[in-house]
Design a protein around this ligand. Structure first.
Ligand code: ADP
Ligand code: ASP
Ligand code: MG
Length: 406
């Protein structure tokens, strides 16, 4: 059986007319001889609206009830899409995460998919039905509703594709993966082919076009991924393994930026590896995802430790450090909430030297202060003041050939 999993994001189903257009696109695929499973996100900004309703009730909404609320968004979208398919003369059936037994871990709003039971999908195929599934949601062993984190419908799609041995097509409001978010760099170029490794880096560094775990899972289970526009027939982006087919011959494939982190600097810590372990061990115990770290030892045996964490984890970091300050009063800390983390990503960095130098040259020529830097085999990330984000993106876009040439 030739199965394809298609995922349509929130903007793609943002209105009744768009839902009807998506139905036509699905019908076209069906007419090509495919069994189609469709994963849908909540309509338009529904999830944001549900979140603000919850925040209007409480600053710290109960996590279980939050998932009870958030899962309603996708349920509206699947039923409407299914109705649209039926009204156009096709058999279709919609399923929630619970109905398909999309089993997840129990951490509300950050759950991970453990398994999916596909028996109802197969039964629906036998009845010649198009299957429409709610993205972003699952259920625990105790039948509690969970969600997978913002943007998680991509991961629902890849997980179903993995389970069905199908290819996965992600349809969204842009024509594919670009060298940089086209909302932040209007002249960004569309990339025809990108490797899983580069796409994983881009997704984790702020390219919100794909949920990080979706790319990770597609890489792990070798699921062919294709990202394209819901609203046009232009070819999109193929995500593939390195060396599978020729890629573009560029050193830097793309760029990403992220305004979601803060920089914490701890001053006057007694210098020891044990203290580094204590600090980062306690952050890890409380599930804080630390990204960049730098530390410096002063002549009088003290450490300055600087690190970046997501904004929402600030109170945890402050709690940990202030407890420590009660033991050692000279410990101090500073928080910088106005940072932008900019990254360039490219497999070409493995074989080409001088990329970091190129970044520093552009920053130096424009008097831009770099507050922190980290590198890995295929990426360089650096922190600048958030008010310089746009300027840096434009300079790097031009400097590294990430923009369209007129
Ligand atoms: P959907 O609702 O379809 O899941 P998202 O908003 O999650 O859509 O993802 C699409 C958006 O991702 C685009 O509108 C674009 O602004 C943003 N984006 C961020 N980085 C990139 C990138 N490198 N290439 C394309 N789009 C990107
Ligand atoms: N509706 C969810 C969100 O807005 C899931 C998704 O769009 O993938 O985050
Ligand atoms: Mg998305």
């Amino acid at each position: 059986m030739n199965i394809v999993v298609q995922k349509y994001g929130g903007t793609s189903v943002g209105s009744v007319d768009k839902i009807k257009a998506v139905a036509d696109k699905i019908i076209k695929k069906r007419a090509e001889g495919f069994q189609v499973v469709v994963i849908v996100s909540a309509m338009g900004k529904t999830t944001d609206e549900l979140l603000s309703l919850a925040k209007a009730i409480s600053d710290t909404p109960d996590p279980r009830e939050m998932d009870m609320l958030l899962t309603t968004g996708e349920q509206v979208a699947i039923s409407l899409l299914s109705m649209a398919l039926i009204s156009k003369g096709h058999s279709a059936v919609s399923f929630t995460g619970h109905q398909l037994n999309i089993q997840t871990t129990s951490l509300h709003q950050k759950a991970r998919i453990k398994d999916i039971s596909i028996s109802r999908v197969i039964e629906a195929f036998e009845d010649n039905k198009i299957v429409v599934v709610a993205g972003f949601q699952g259920v625990t062993d105790n039948h509690e509703y969970t969600t997978l984190g913002r943007g998680g419908s991509d991961t629902s799609a890849v997980a179903l594709a993995a389970k069905l041995g199908a290819r996965c097509e992600i349809y969204t409001d842009v024509e594919g993966i670009y060298t940089m978010d086209p909302r932040k760099l209007t002249k960004a170029r569309k990339i025809n082919k990108i490797s899983y490794a580069e796409m994983m880096e881009m997704a984790s560094l702020g390219a919100g076009v794909m949920h990080y775990r979706a790319v990770e899972m597609a890489n792990k289970y070798k699921i062919p991924l294709y990202v394209a526009s819901t609203f046009s027939e232009e070819p999109g982006t193929i995500i593939q393994f390195e060396g599978e087919d020729s890629m573009e011959e560029t050193v830097i494939t793309g760029m990403a930026s992220n305004l979601e982190d803060i920089q914490v600097t701890v001053i006057n810590l007694p210098s020891s590896t044990g203290n580094l372990y204590r600090l980062f061990g306690q952050l890890a115990d409380r599930e804080v995802n630390v990204d960049m770290i730098s530390h410096m030892i002063t002549e009088d045996g003290k450490m300055y430790v600087s690190f970046t964490i997501p904004k929402e984890d600030l109170s945890i970091a402050e709690d940990i450090i202030s407890n420590w300050q009660q033991e050692i009063p000279e410990i101090k800390w500073e928080i910088n909430k106005n940072i932008a983390k900019i990254s360039v990503v490219g497999l070409g960095m493995r074989t080409h030297s001088g990329v970091a130098a190129g970044v520093f040259k552009i920053m130096a020529e424009n008097n831009i202060e770099i507050k922190m830097v980290t590198t890995s085999e295929i990426k360089i990330t650096w922190v600048v003041d958030s008010c310089l984000e746009e300027k840096v993106i434009t300079l790097i876009g031009k400097g590294f050939g990430l923009v369209t040439v007129e």
